[in-house]
Design a binder for this molecule. Structure first.
Ligand code: SAM
Length: 233
């Protein structure tokens, strides 16, 4: 897991995987469904491919993205020149923004690169710059076949050494900084639901929102990620 918070590792990795990541837009759709109409200024932390911040901007939400990898930032600024001013190189432990500058901040797979002590510092900094809600997506430890799949692949590729979290682990990390924590299992396991709608071009904001609240936890053991939402204290 240590490699996953090493800047040189990510600089090399983004040269290889940046373009491939652009092909999977699901997470931006999940976010769009969850964002409320009065949440207007958003930050993505550890944005990597910057695919989700680009989509949110396209859908008229002002979304900044930061990453400490200059390779990912350079590639994103070249691919999305219209949002160049929102694509920033920065360290998530010390963000270059004023207190409560954003309505919402989010990340996907980012905490899976860190120990609990680091996550505590990252959460503290994230809560400082966030006025309303923090959204955190992590690898889902309740999906044992997904855990096994990563265990096999990580032998040859450190990208798969990401940490997995149970609901109680992620809740205890978040509750120091957030209240009213809600958890929604998302991703692939829900082929018949959200991902299916997205693939068919029917994944509108309202359709996905209804879908999330309709089946809640019933696919916990089959979903890739836990999407955790908390109100900042
Ligand atoms: C799992 S990837 C996130 C991928 C991203 N969600 C996407 O859709 O492309 C984790 C990202 O965190 C970045 N990162 C790791 N440590 C960081 C830090 N201290 N500050 C900022 N970014 C960091 C890495 O460069 C990498 O891009």
């Amino acid at each position: 897991m240590e490699l996953l918070n090493n800047k040189n590792y990510w600089d090399q990795e983004w040269c290889k995987i940046f373009d491939k990541y652009q092909n999977d837009p699901r997470f931006a759709h999940y976010l769009y469904a969850i964002l409320e109409r009065d949440e207007k200024r958003i930050l993505e932390i550890g944005a990597g491919s910057f695919r989700d911040m680009e989509k949110l901007n396209k859908w008229d939400i002002e979304c900044y993205g930061i990453d400490f990898s200059n390779k990912s930032v350079e590639k994103a600024q070249t691919k999305f020149p219209q949002y160049r001013h929102l694509i920033i190189q920065a360290n998530a432990f010390k963000l270059p923004f004023d207190d409560s500058f954003f309505d919402v901040s989010y990340h996907n797979g980012f905490w899976s690169c860190f120990s609990n002590d680091d996550i505590n510092s990252l959460a503290c900094e994230q809560s400082r710059i966030t006025k309303k809600r923090m959204i955190v997506a992590v690898h889902n430890a309740h999906n044992s076949s997904f855990v096994e799949y990563f265990n096999k692949l990580k032998v040859d590729d450190p990208l798969y050494s990401a940490r997995f979290f149970t609901i109680s682990e992620i809740t205890s990390l978040l509750e120091k900084y957030c209240y009213d924590i809600q958890i929604i299992p998302v991703g692939k396991g829900k082929k018949l639901y959200e991902d299916y709608l997205i693939n068919l071009g029917l994944g509108s904001r309202d359709n996905l929102k209804k879908c999330f609240f309709y089946h809640k936890m019933d696919l916990l053991e089959h979903s890739e990620r836990l999407l955790c939402i908390g109100q900042v204290k």
